[in-house]
Design a protein around this ligand. Structure first.
Ligand code: KIV
Ligand code: ZN
Length: 391
């Protein structure tokens, strides 16, 4: 792995699956895991094995089938969680245990009702115990986003001493500003003793719509792993969207940060997750939404038909979408109508187009969107139809 390679840690099957109303069975999870492996993710967080027999079974099944990616299981800083995770991961070619504990004042005082010192001790013991099962141990400092940086650095030091290979810095509540999250990563890079023995990981939630921006600031400031989900699904407002961070890095090559993702599989992956979970993707969702490459205003359509790059920063084929879509509505111009008419077999002259366009506008005022059948009807009911046919 080069120093500029960003590891993609997919948690669709763990944090993503915590989305209300979703429950995947082991077979569905296995299909998604196999596709994630083909997509090129580096780590698949397959579940939280101690949480239910079903989750245990899924992590075990995924461990058996994944060929390339590391397979990871989540635990609390509790010995039994770790033992059960190790058992579920025993068939994995590359197993990872992801253990951790809350580190913010809010978590220490209200959730654990304990002290900072006790949390340090529990973090150390959990990583040490996980290391007795697997070499690859990731530690998460839950609510790191709201944890004081000086204390967070101590937690990271303790985890590294116990053998952690990855330090996850979650903005669990999605609170941080990008500048703040980036500064946190920079602070840890500069102040944690032994930091060269581990990589820092961004795990951002989207409560303020900043998950992607925060993850990107994280890697610009030295983190080398991003934790994310397909379509950005997850609890509350969700997690960082995999397709977004991957495409941000691809479309900004001067950042000199890359991933191992085969981006042409992103659209198919998004559809698979959305169909399996029964969770509809909003049409304006970046990269994979139905409207991400659709143009409906006349000015934009005219530009895109002349040259796609006038209004598109991504070639749709790069993410697995066959074509940019020219949507015909009452706001469309002649260029869009001529383009769509040509697609269904009519090459119109300028005069014919003027005539058909007048008919189109009357039709479009009565209908939200004009489909291919409507185009045939519009042309067939135009005064110039016979002339078009005889051409
Ligand atoms: O958001 C979070 O803090 C988490 C951890 C359990 C990694 O999902
Ligand atoms: Zn999370």
């Amino acid at each position: 792995m080069s120093n500029n390679n960003i590891q993609i840690f997919d948690t669709t099957l763990r944090d993503g699956e915590q989305v209300p109303g979703c429950k995947l069975n082991t077979d569905q999870k296995s299909v998604i895991a196999e596709q994630l492996d083909r997509l090129g993710v580096d780590v698949i967080e397959a579940g939280f094995p101690v949480s239910s027999p079903g989750d245990f079974k899924s992590v075990e099944a995924i461990s058996k089938i994944v060929k390339n990616a590391t397979v990871c299981g989540l635990t609390r800083s509790v010995q039994n969680d770790i033992k059960v995770a190790a058992e579920a991961l025993k068939y994995a070619v590359k197993p990872r245990i992801h253990t951790g504990i809350g580190t913010s004042e809010s978590h220490i005082v209200h959730k654990f009702k304990t002290t900072q010192e006790d949390i340090l001790r529990r973090a150390f013991d959990a990583v040490k115990y996980a290391k007795s099962f697997v070499e690859d141990v990731e530690f998460y400092a839950e609510d790191a986003g709201r944890t004081d940086n000086e204390y967070l650095a101590k937690v990271c030091e303790v985890a590294i001493k116990a053998g952690a290979t990855v330090l996850n810095i979650p903005d669990t509540t999605g609170y941080c500003l990008p500048s703040e999250y980036g500064a946190k990563i920079k602070y840890l890079k500069e102040n944690v003793k032994g930091i060269e023995k581990a990589i820092l990981s961004c795990h951002c939630h989207n409560d303020l719509g900043l998950a992607t921006a925060n993850s990107i600031e994280g890697v610009i400031n030295g983190a080398r792993q991003i934790e994310c989900t397909i379509n950005g699904i997850g609890e509350r407002a969700g997690n960082t969207a995999l397709e977004e961070v991957v495409m941000v890095l691809k479309q900004h090559p001067y950042l000199n940060l890359d991933t191992n993702i085969n981006t042409s599989m992103l659209y198919g992956m998004s559809q698979l997750v959305s169909d399996s979970m029964g969770i509809y993707t909003q049409p304006n969702k970046a990269i994979v939404g139905a409207n991400a490459f659709a143009h409906s205003s006349g000015i934009h359509q005219d530009g895109v038909i002349k040259n796609r790059e006038t209004y598109e920063i991504i070639d749709p084929k790069d993410v697995g979408v066959t074509n940019s879509a020219i949507i015909l509505t009452a706001r469309s111009g002649r260029a869009a109508l001529a383009y769509r008419a040509k697609n269904v077999g009519y090459e119109l002259t300028k005069l014919q187009l003027d005539e058909v366009y007048a008919n189109f506008l009357k039709f479009a005022d009565r209908n939200k969107e004009i489909n291919d059948n409507d185009i045939h009807q519009i042309i067939e009911t135009s005064k110039v139809y016979q002339e078009i046919l005889s051409a």
